[in-house]
Design a protein around this ligand. Structure first.
Ligand code: ZN
Ligand code: ZN
Length: 428
């Protein structure tokens, strides 16, 4: 799947092998990035139409959560006409740590009226797409983290900008900013919607419609079915917990790994000591590696992250998350015995739970890496900060829209967040 696995055994002369995982790096400098960042307060796709605040409350203490990550997750090839953003939230209270529901994720989506319908050929996810060549990789990186369309239209000093702009021009879906501006309906529709009216016409309308396959499927879904509860307004900012400082994800590049010098050795311990691998990682990762040296899954995690120690997020839609543990609750759910892999989509009792909005399967999209904690807590003293190892996000593979939200309007759907907590002590 990832190219480095097959390439590494051939003993090529390449210094580094590139994987399909896009890494995001944080900086205090926005560098033109306007959306993707750690910390701050959420910028909703439609600021006039935020999600219900109920989606951003801690399920443990019911307090408002704070933003860890806001990501521009548009995938114009896979979901043309979809504006997409992911928002990962976490509870500030120490008493909520290690408790389910203290970390949540919202997927914001606005689907253009011109977008091809879900399930059409163009919209079908390419399951095993070959590794993207360099040029288009650049484009994906830009779409995800970096260059905004406004910026893209202005030639910059970046030598890659010119090479990628012809592709962007050919792609009819690329100029995404044109969509909201060109869409004459989005604003009027906003006003037409009677927001304060508690009883919306949705229940009647839903009765008149035949059930789709997805809706029928979702009847078997344990999550609540039917019209969503009335949206809860957001409290004043002064009544919300203090946000983390903004750290822009202004730099993104595909993960590169050092060539494997000693392939197929079952024990990976020696790799930690090689002079180059993770040489700039600082002491923390190394220390953790030794403390948990019996845990091969953790060691693989530490080795892999240690090769690019400043990574804050790892992104690959429908790819493989890097597990911090395969024995905790999240690891047990996602890990497939004998494969060394995780289920990338819902299947039976394994893999991500199905989408609670449409019943489709979920796939991996992004995970937070430990260095994100250092960036988020850069202003904080002490060692009593967040203590997760990684936060893994699974999203609807169809990028469905919130029920009752029409084309051209922004909707918000809760997705699946799995937290793998830092191990307090090495296992055995
Ligand atoms: Zn809480
Ligand atoms: Zn869905």
């Amino acid at each position: 799947m990832a190219p480095y696995d097959s390439d590494s055994s051939e003993g090529e002369d390449n210094d580094f092998t590139e994987t399909n995982v896009l890494l995001g790096y944080a900086s205090a400098d926005a560098n033109g990035e306007e959306i993707s960042r750690l910390g701050g307060r959420p910028d909703w796709i439609d600021p006039k139409n935020p999600p219900s605040s109920a989606l951003a409350r801690c399920n443990v203490c019911k307090d408002m959560l704070v933003l860890l990550l806001q990501l521009n997750a548009e995938l114009p090839d896979r979901f043309p006409g979809h504006e997409r953003r992911l928002y990962i939230f976490s509870c500030r209270r120490k008493s909520c740590r290690r408790k389910e529901g203290s970390t949540r994720v919202i997927r914001g989506v606005r689907i253009s009226p011109d977008a091809p319908p879900a399930g059409s050929k163009e919209n079908k996810p390419a399951k095993e797409a070959p590794p993207a060549p360099k040029a288009s990789s650049q484009g994906i990186g830009e779409a995800l983290f970096g260059v905004k369309p406004a910026a893209a239209s202005i030639p910059r000093a970046n030598p890659f900008a010119t090479s990628s702009s012809p592709a962007a021009a050919v792609n009819p879906f690329a100029p995404k900013t044109a969509q909201p501006a060109a869409n004459p309906f989005s604003a009027p529709q906003q006003q037409q919607q009677p927001a304060p009216e508690p009883a919306s016409p949705e229940p009647d309308a839903a009765k008149d419609l035949p059930k789709t396959f997805a809706e029928t499927l979702s009847l078997n879904n344990p999550q609540p079915h039917g019209p969503p509860p009335p949206a809860e307004p957001w409290p004043e900012e002064s009544a919300q917990p203090e946000p983390y400082p903004v750290r822009w994800l202004s730099d993104a590049e595909y993960e590169t790994l050092e060539p494997v010098t000693m392939p197929n050795l079952p024990a990976q311990k020696m790799e930690i000591d090689t002079s180059d691998a993770g040489g700039s990682a600082g002491g923390k990762e190394d220390k953790e590696v030794f403390e948990s040296s019996m845990d091969a899954t953790f060691q693989k995690f530490a080795d892999r992250v240690g090769e690019n120690p400043d990574q804050c997020i790892r992104y690959e839609f429908a790819g493989q998350p890097l597990l911090y543990s395969k024995t905790d609750k999240v690891g047990a759910l996602l890990h497939v015995a004998g494969e060394g892999n995780v289920k990338v989509t819902t299947s039976g009792s394994k893999g991500f739970p199905r989408c609670g909005n449409c019943g489709a399967g979920r796939v991996f999209e992004v995970q937070l890496a430990p260095h994100a904690i250092e960036e988020l807590e850069i202003d904080e003293d002490g060692l009593d900060g967040m203590d997760w190892g990684t936060v893994i996000i699974g999203v609807c593979e169809k990028d469905c829209q919130q029920r009752g939200v029409v084309a051209g309007e922004a909707g918000y759907v809760e997705e699946w967040a799995g937290v793998q907590w830092e191990e307090l002590t090495a296992k055995r």
